[in-house]
Design a protein around this ligand. Structure first.
Ligand code: HEC
Length: 382
């Protein structure tokens, strides 16, 4: 090829490149490629699905809470006042504005269990999902929102707009479970641990009632250890009989983290989500982890084969939801300061202002009395 031809070809190529690349590039800036779908549309879809799952999906756990523990009987007798006292939260946005207003004005009887049932029917009680036959509550199941969401108290304390992903530090899960008429299935499970072989329903109720508000022992069903007889810190016994229950953590700002839970030893969010849905909520799904076969560390999990739970894929109500659930949790931004901490800072600021004023006042008094910075005494002092 002669030099002139090379130049001609490259000039043509340059024109072509600019002609083809420029509009493509411009298009790319305005709109992402639609090849295999749009990431933005997909993320919106996943967030919507994940939010729905997080708030309302029981994974079929009614088989345990209703089918075995008959907790729907206890829930049917709950007045709204008792429910709020147990830390259950009500989503004001699920109610009509007139109902919200009536609650504010005290025109709704919060001592009537029928009101609780009506609230559950409207999907207004966070994390509590009812199945109804007319107005009779037939089944109750729980969702992740029970422990990992709360409300902003904008109507009255316990009733307001939902906040997904904040740990519910008022919720007394232990007292709620202890109210179930039949705790024998829990006793049967715990009895698998050699140290709990003689445990009774009364013992289980005592443990559940020992947790208190905002706490849950996520590992009790694995190891049967309700209390730590000797808590060691740096080789020293620092406390005895410490409850295994931990504070409800926030499920927010989780992206980029691994090894979840307070102890930080539990794998990815998806892993933990599958574990909770299958082995804590007792939903219908699949969960594998051979670590649970360690009978020394997890006597119950090993005996009950909690690390080998599998159902036929057509009836699995957990696995197919994990992607969207995970996506939603990762999308929830990290926690902003809680109102208490804002209040605390305001209080601190007030104290600082007070001290600063006092210092100025003291300085003024001291200088008046002659003890000025130079340390020169005034004649008055002599
Ligand atoms: C009964 C209350 C309760 C329910 C229901 C519950 N959780 Fe939790 N969750 C907890 C507690 C307590 C912990 C802390 C466990 C620990 O540290 O031992 C926790 C920990 C977590 C963590 C780890 C957070 C971190 O910062 O590492 C995630 C993620 C999580 N839960 C997601 C879920 C999902 C998803 C569901 C529903 C499938 C769910 N939880 C249902 C009480 C609950």
């Amino acid at each position: 090829m002669r030099v002139i031809d090379v130049l001609r070809v490259s000039a043509a190529a340059a024109v072509l490149t600019v002609a083809v690349w420029a509009p493509l590039h411009a298009k790319h800036v305005q709109k992402e490629s639609q090849f295999l779908g749009s990431a933005q549309d997909n993320s919106k879809e996943l967030i919507n699905q994940g939010r729905q799952i997080f708030r309302f999906d029981t994974y079929g756990d009614e088989v345990f809470w209703t089918g075995q523990l008959h907790i729907e009987q206890a829930v049917s007798q709950l007045t709204p006042v008792t429910a709020l006292g147990l830390g259950l939260k009500v989503d004001s946005e699920a109610l009509s504005p007139s109902v919200g207003e009536a609650i504010k004005q005290g025109k709704i009887n919060l001592n009537d269990p029928a009101v609780t049932i009506a609230l559950i029917k409207q999907n207004a009680v966070l994390g509590v999902v009812g199945t109804f036959s007319n107005n009779t509550l037939e089944k109750v199941g729980f969702t992740c929102a029970l422990c990992h969401s709360t409300v902003d108290d904008s109507v009255v304390p316990g009733i307001g707009k939902r906040i997904d992903g904040l740990g519910n530090r008022d919720l007394n899960v232990g007292a709620i479970v202890a109210a179930a008429p039949n705790l024998q299935p829990v006793v049967n499970l715990l009895q698998l641990a050699p140290q709990d072989a003689g445990i009774t329903v009364q013992d289980v109720r005592t443990v559940l009632n020992s947790w208190g508000p905002g706490k849950f022992d996520a590992e009790l069903f694995l190891d049967g250890k309700a209390f730590n007889p000797e808590q060691m810190t740096n080789g020293m016994i620092t406390a005895n009989m410490v409850s295994g229950a931990t504070l409800m953590p926030n499920a927010r700002g989780l992206s980029g983290h691994n090894l979840h839970t307070w102890t930080g030893g539990w794998g990815t969010v998806t892993y933990w989500n599958a574990f909770v849905a299958v082995n804590e909520l007792h939903g219908i799904g699949t969960f594998f982890d051979e670590w649970f076969d360690d009978a020394i560390q997890f006597p119950i999990a090993a005996a009950a084969k909690l690390g080998h739970v599998s159902v036929d894929p057509d009836s699995d109500q957990v696995t197919g939801k994990l992607a969207a659930l995970h996506f939603y949790q990762l999308a929830l931004p990290s926690v902003q300061p809680r109102p208490e901490s804002i209040l605390m800072r305001q209080r601190q600021r007030a104290v600082m202002n007070y001290l600063a004023e006092k210092r100025t006042a003291i300085a003024a008094i001291m200088s008046h009395s002659g003890l000025n910075r130079a340390g020169i005494s005034t004649p008055r002092r002599k």
